[in-house]
Design a protein around this ligand. Structure first.
Ligand SMILES: [Zn+2]
Length: 344
């Protein structure tokens, strides 16, 4: 028995000493010190020994097993430190390298346009409307009646406007002009406001049209406001938004709530007026609708048209953004495609 133990001891020491790294040390350890090792089997066989042999063999087994464990631990420390140092050398941190790039969100192109327009009109003395005067779910009264839109006008048709189910007088506003009516009913002139927001039309969605889009509406009501003021303000806006060299033209038009009404064109951004598919070969792009507030509209909201006059204008945020950046499909604004959005 003693011989067998010494034989295993010699063999174990040789193998532990011969190990060159943590892996081979682990193998030697398993072979000689694990539960299923030959050495452990000898320990288990102790109970079959004659009683007078037990103390001698027991003490020898304990001595050898402590010796082997001590040896394994020494080797382990050695290899562990060696391998740690090697890894540290290999994985050295280069503090001069660039850090990880963390992508940052930014403002949607439509919001950027709204912010820019609001800022331009801010310089021209217009303040932003209070949100409570500019609701998206609106009574027909503010969306149509108070804006002089006749009862039989096609814009009121369910083909064009979204009506709320079971509430025939409630609509998703089809224009930001509802804010004009609310502002005028709730304040006294001078009124000089700008009102951006979402509007809804019952349209078939295409590259040119979406059933949700954004408008900006402006309103100026005071004593002695004239068409000359309208022209001056809108020309200044176009100069600041598109650049000073861009010619404009005013064409007479019709809107229910303004009289007279005009549409304002800017020279085509794509072809510089030569004519192209974007401007339908006219050289001009329509960008604003405007006009002098109809005296009937003023009267209906409690402002005396004999004392006050005003002008109103409206423009499409998508259209202005599409023209500025040569975007050819309105749906891109609403698809949340990061590849599109991160260009702005
Ligand atoms: Zn053109």
């Amino acid at each position: 028995m003693e011989n067998k133990i010494n034989e295993i001891r010699t063999q174990a020491i040789a193998e532990i000493e011969a190990s060159t790294d943590l892996k081979s040390l682990e193998e030697a350890k398993n072979k000689y010190l694990s539960r299923n090792s030959e050495f452990n089997n000898l320990k288990k066989g102790m109970k079959d020994l004659p009683n007078d042999k037990k103390p001698v063999i027991g003490s020898l087994l304990n001595k050898v097993s402590s010796e082997l464990e001590k040896l394994v631990n020494e080797k382990f420390e050695l290899f562990y430190i060696k391998e740690l140092n090697e890894r540290l050398l290999k994985e050295k941190i280069d503090v001069t390298l660039d850090g990880d790039y963390i992508p940052q969100g930014h403002v949607h192109p439509l919001t950027q346009t709204v912010n820019e327009i609001v800022e331009i009109f801010g310089h021209l003395g217009f303040s932003l409307i209070k949100p409570e005067f500019s609701p998206e779910v609106e009574l027909e009264k503010y969306n149509f009646d108070l804006l002089n839109v006749p009862k039989e006008h096609p814009a009121r048709d369910v083909q064009d406007t979204f009506y709320c189910e079971n509430m025939p007088n409630v609509v998703l506003r089809s224009q930001t002009s509802n804010a004009q009516a609310r502002q005028m009913m709730n304040s006294k002139p001078p009124i000089k406001i700008i009102s951006p927001g979402r509007v809804y039309r019952n349209e078939n969605v295409s590259a040119r049209k979406n059933n949700l889009f954004h408008q900006i509406e402006g309103l100026y009501v005071d004593k002695n406001v004239t068409m000359g003021h309208l022209k001056g303000v809108l020309n200044e806006f176009i100069r600041l938004y598109f650049g000073s060299s861009r010619p404009t033209r005013f064409r007479s038009s019709f809107f229910p709530f303004t009289e007279p009404s005009v549409e304002i064109d800017v020279q085509c951004i794509m072809c510089q007026g030569k004519g192209c598919s974007v401007c339908s070969h006219t050289g001009w792009l329509e960008i604003l609708g405007a006009g002098m507030v109809d005296p009937n509209v003023l009267r209906d909201v409690g402002i005396d048209p004999n004392v006050y006059s005003g002008f109103a204008f409206g423009t499409g945020v998508e259209r202005l953004t599409m023209l500025k950046y040569a975007i050819d499909d309105i749906r891109l604004f609403f698809n949340d495609d990061v590849r599109f959005l991160k260009q702005f």
